[in-house]
Design a protein around this ligand. Structure first.
Ligand SMILES: Nc1ncnc2c1ncn2[C@@H]1O[C@H](COP(=O)(O)OP(=O)(O)OP(=O)(O)O)[C@@H](O)[C@H]1O
Length: 352
């Protein structure tokens, strides 16, 4: 067995799959290190196996003591985990206002912290614990009427998203050791970003404060939907500084070119599934180290579930076939033929 992501044999690992020979046959098992925190990036075009690979990682994390896995799930692909034989809970995407620091509140509401309304929201976030209290504080402030109104309107917009709740996700819940699935399906871009920013900040702050012994692993599917929003700042902090306090952050995306370069360059483990867009391949090659001589393009796999794994820890490259899931995969695209088999529709026999 080969373990990627570490030099010394110690601690838990996740079974990722097997070496893949040129003829597609299986070689030795390949595991990923779970002993230390890692920044990971999973890329590949649509349907190449990214969400499936995240699911494999989650199954392994669920079986590992001492880690707290959290998955941000914008497509609802991980909801089936709660019905599987693993310790996973699908949670409502509701967070506490205090989880976001004042600077993130301004970014979230598109306010310049130097502006009157921005400064007011900043102070409200620093002084009050809930969105309702923040709004009341703004109303009672001695700022001029126009500034108060602008700040209040922005806070009212945040309230309309219905994701801030004083009973929202706690650090105990997120760092409690079982899998947390943040179901963000159907949640709009800004509130989904608010939720993920709050969760990423909570994981980081909880570890920095030494309030949990568990090492959190935050996995983000469809990460390009977050890196351009306020969550991007919180994720960037995890990618650049999370490993020191022990927080792992893994991003999965079909569009690596849409990620900030730091997301590619900070990943110590890159799992590249099939990728054909020139811009996306270039986003990887521009940020990858020289031991990938000859470029990445020639080495990218063509088959679903196959991945080129680039391991910065050992400066090595591996061709891997990701193993099959033990739990059911919720990322499958719906097929007309399945609807027909399930009796949901009618079709002519010629189209079966
Ligand atoms: N390692 C694997 N072993 C077996 N089947 C796989 C594997 N990886 C992917 N598949 C199959 O390929 C399908 C597509 O995979 P997946 O949903 O992970 O794609 P994706 O890259 O996340 O696509 P999208 O960008 O559309 O979300 C899966 O439903 C599954 O049937």
């Amino acid at each position: 067995m080969v373990v990627i992501g570490r030099e010394r044999e110690q601690g838990p690992t996740a079974r990722l799959g097997h070496y893949r020979a040129r003829d597609g046959s299986h070689g030795a098992p390949v595991d990923v290190d779970l002993d230390r925190p890692h920044a990971g990036l999973i890329v590949g075009k649509r349907g190449s196996g990214k969400t499936y690979t995240l699911g494999v990682l989650l199954e392994e994390l669920a079986d590992t003591d001492g880690v707290s896995p959290v998955v941000a799930d914008p497509m609802g692909a991980f909801a089936p985990l709660s019905a599987a034989d693993i310790d996973a809970t699908v949670v409502d995407p509701r967070v506490r206002a205090t989880a976001l620091d004042p600077s993130l509140w301004c970014a979230l509401l598109g306010l310049d912290p130097e502006s009157g309304a921005g400064a007011l929201v900043w102070q409200a976030a620093a002084r009050r614990d809930t969105l309702t209290e923040m709004s009341a504080w703004v109303e009672d402030s001695d700022a001029d009427g126009a500034t108060r109104r602008a700040a209040s309107n922005h806070l009212a917009l945040a309230a309309s998203w219905d994701v801030f709740d004083s009973a929202g996700l706690s650090s105990e819940r997120l760092c409690g050791g079982s899998v947390t699935v943040l179901d963000l399906s159907g949640v709009d871009h800004a509130p989904a970003n608010a939720v993920l920013a709050a969760v990423a900040s909570t994981l980081y702050d909880t570890r920095v404060a030494g309030e949990t012994r568990h090492l959190p692993w935050l996995l983000v599917d469809e990460a390009h939907a977050f890196t351009d929003g306020v969550a991007g700042r919180a994720l960037e902090r995890l990618l650049t500084r999370g490993r020191h306090p022990g927080v792992s952050c893994w991003l999965a995306t079909q569009r690596p070119s849409a990620l900030p370069p730091v997301a590619v360059s900070q990943a110590d483990l890159l799992l590249a599934h099939r990728l054909t867009s020139e811009a996306d391949v270039a986003a990887l090659t521009d940020a990858r180290p020289t031991y990938l001589d000859g470029g990445i393009e020639r080495r990218l796999p063509a088959e679903t579930g196959a991945a080129l794994v680039v391991d910065d820890v050992t400066e090595s490259v591996h061709h891997v076939q990701v193993r099959e899931r033990r739990t059911s995969h919720g990322g499958e695209s719906p097929r007309v033929s399945e609807r027909v088999r399930a009796g949901h529709g009618t079709t002519s026999p010629h189209h079966n």
